[in-house]
Design a protein around this ligand. Structure first.
Ligand code: HEM
Length: 146
């Protein structure tokens, strides 16, 4: 069993990069929330833009002209990235919340052992798929002129 020595809270740069005491999954949690809220904002904007058709041809055309150009296309790519990440990380959260890939419960003896290492392979596989899809989307974005 690992001996607890001193009161130092230092975790070092590498462990900080990996999410400190919460592990890398801690960052994924923050990104999940940010991507969820970003998707919600996009959805509201999408409904507003498409609904503007009801306000007449001129309003519709004026709003549609704002959606052309490289900046808007790049923003659309960010929405794509947010969706891919949110969907795959969401599947990971659903599996874990259902108790899949969490492992059997241990006796709560100090220092407590988390089940994070049992969940990590699932996270790595899903994040690799996420990375591949985001890269393929970026490749498509660069391949076809907008
Ligand atoms: C395949 C599609 C999706 C999956 C699998 C998914 C999954 C999830 C899960 C499991 C959570 C709960 C996370 C937790 O346990 O704390 C969540 C939260 C959330 N999702 Fe999704 N989601 C999807 C699509 C979307 C879309 C399209 C939107 C927006 C239009 C969205 C917006 C949100 C928001 C705002 C939250 C709350 C975030 C928070 O407060 O932490 N999700 N999603």
């Amino acid at each position: 069993m690992k001996q607890i020595t001193g009161n130092s809270n230092r975790i070092g740069i590498w462990r900080w990069l990996m999410g400190g005491r919460h592990g890398f999954e801690g960052y994924l949690y923050v990104l999940h929330r940010i991507s969820g809220v970003a998707l919600l904002l996009f959805l509201s904007m999408h409904v507003f833009f498409t609904g503007s058709r009801l306000l007449g041809q001129e309003t519709w055309e004026r709003l549609m002209s704002m959606t052309r150009g490289p900046v808007f296309v790049f923003l659309e790519y960010l929405v794509y990235c947010a969706f891919i990440f949110h969907a795959f990380n969401g599947v990971r959260l659903i599996l874990i919340e259902l108790g899949i890939a969490v492992g059997r419960p241990d006796h709560p003896v100090f220092p407590y052992r988390g089940s994070i290492h049992k969940q990590r392979p699932l996270m790595i596989v899903l994040m690799i798929v996420t990375g591949i899809l985001i890269a393929l989307g970026g490749f498509d974005l660069l391949r076809f002129p907008h």
